[in-house]
Design a protein around this ligand. Structure first.
Ligand SMILES: Cc1cc2nc3c(=O)[nH]c(=O)nc-3n(C[C@H](O)[C@H](O)[C@H](O)COP(=O)(O)O)c2cc1C
Length: 183
């Protein structure tokens, strides 16, 4: 059985990020034929087209990690009804130089958690627009807008009962869909 390498992109740099906790919880629910690695986006410089000819080391690392993956998993908060700037910065970096878009063709899952009642739905829609342009197919259903309510995670960072069943089903669907695209 071929192991599918999945690059996980968390759109928050916050130490206690709910989205990072969600990403780790999803990895634990991941099937045996998937291996997950977190993309490091915190050391990336601000994207500047002048640097395209000589990308910084963290940019090269980011692009190499994406190239080595068969699937992507975006776990992001919503900032002012869109995606956080740090995530857009990472997306822009790996999309360039023109013609060397590292994201292209990699199937992606999109999910996020927020304290707002509509749990990242607008951010996810913006992200899907960006990914469509970058030739990244995204899993359409089930959508997953997670509301950060008490009990989402227990004190050890494990998923509470309220969402575990839904997120397990989401991961199973994601796995089947990535495998379909990877074959
Ligand atoms: C700059 C900023 C903008 C935000 N805008 C939204 C928003 O549009 N919708 C929403 O549901 N939450 C919004 N929030 C609240 C986030 O959902 C909350 O801070 C969440 O914990 C961020 O995710 P994280 O825990 O993974 O860092 C915003 C937070 C910040 C700091």
């Amino acid at each position: 059985m071929q192991i599918l390498q999945i690059a996980v992109v968390v759109g928050s740099l916050r130490r206690e990020s709910f989205n990072r906790q969600l990403a780790h919880a999803l990895v634990k629910l991941g099937p045996a034929d998937m291996a997950f690695s977190m993309l490091a986006i915190d050391a990336l410089p601000l994207y500047n087209q002048d640097d395209d000819a000589r990308p910084a080391e963290p940019v090269l690392r980011l692009k190499a990690q994406i190239a080595a993956s068969q699937g992507l998993l975006f776990v992001t908060p919503e900032y002012n009804r869109s995606i956080p700037g740090v995530l857009k910065n990472a997306i822009d970096h790996a999309s360039r130089p023109y013609g060397q878009n590292a994201w292209a063709g990699k199937p992606a899952g999109v999910i996020g958690v927020s304290v707002g009642a509509i749990g990242t739905s607008k951010a996810q829609q913006h992200l899907r627009n960006i990914l469509a342009y970058l030739d990244v197919p995204t899993l359409g259903q089930p959508e997953a807008f997670i509301h950060a309510t008490a009990g989402l995670f227990d004190s050890a960072g494990q998923l509470g009962d309220s969402q575990r069943k839904f997120l397990q089903a989401w991961m199973n669907r994601y796995q089947a869909w990535v495998r379909q695209h990877a074959s």
